[in-house]
Design a protein around this ligand. Structure first.
Ligand SMILES: CC(C)(COP(=O)(O)OP(=O)(O)OC[C@H]1O[C@@H](n2cnc3c(N)ncnc32)[C@H](O)[C@@H]1OP(=O)(O)O)[C@@H](O)C(=O)NCCC(=O)NCCS
Length: 179
């Protein structure tokens, strides 16, 4: 059941909007559905308290549901998620990358990030970026470390949120071109 890493497939197929994309692994990758909203918000907010991710209300998650990909087990438990946020017509941010603490280090995070990249490709984005402390995780996925100055609107958003009292830990900025 927990042997996710060895069961993982080398290529992550594009997640589907409707029925689950069933893999030979103990989890499926699919686009998020309404039934996932509470679990998604709880998963992300569990890391937001540490400043690792920005907090999301259930309303924010529900309104942006189409942007989330999830890894779920056979019982519908959300093990991991990632969300795509348009930054510009050609660039999207991969945000809210979170893996349930019990399932970290098993390859699930890599799968949801690749699934979000696939959605980005399908939507016509040429590149993605991500803000994170997990440098080795993103470089292993082909991301390059760049200055946040490359994304001034993201910098401005952090400044606004910090002024509102949101706990934000300074993170690295990682970018990847989508071929
Ligand atoms: C970062 C995170 C998404 C990684 O997911 P995961 O499923 O545990 O990662 P994987 O098992 O796919 O790991 C792939 C590689 O990244 C490395 N890695 C995993 N988490 C890492 C971290 N926090 N920092 C640095 N490297 C990390 C792994 O060691 C592995 O490398 P290896 O194969 O050389 O051992 C997960 O730990 C998490 O939810 N962290 C808290 C939230 C967060 O920081 N999100 C990222 C910002 S959007």
């Amino acid at each position: 059941m927990h042997n996710l890493a060895t069961a993982a497939t080398p290529e992550t197929p594009a997640p589907t909007r409707g029925p689950s994309l069933v893999t030979e692994t103990p989890f499926v990758l699919r686009r998020a559905q309404l039934v996932d909203v509470l679990q998604l918000a709880a998963l992300v907010n569990g890391y937001a308290t540490e400043g690792l991710l920005l907090p999301r209300s259930t309303e924010q998650v529900a309104l942006a549901l189409d942007n989330y990909v999830v890894a779920v087990d056979a019982g519908g438990r959300v093990l991991a998620c990632a969300a795509l946020e348009e930054y510009s017509p050609s660039v999207a941010e991969i945000a809210s990358v979170a893996v349930d603490r019990q399932f970290r280090g098993l390859g699930v995070g890599s799968h949801v990030v690749r699934a979000a990249e696939q959605v980005a490709r399908q939507r016509g984005f040429l590149g993605v970026f991500c803000m994170s402390l997990a440098e080795r995780f993103f470089t292993a996925l082909g991301y390059e470390s760049v200055s946040l100055e490359r994304y001034p609107e993201k910098m401005a958003r952090y400044e606004r949120l910090a002024a509102e009292g949101v706990h934000i830990v300074p993170k690295g900025c990682f970018t990847k071109s989508l071929d």
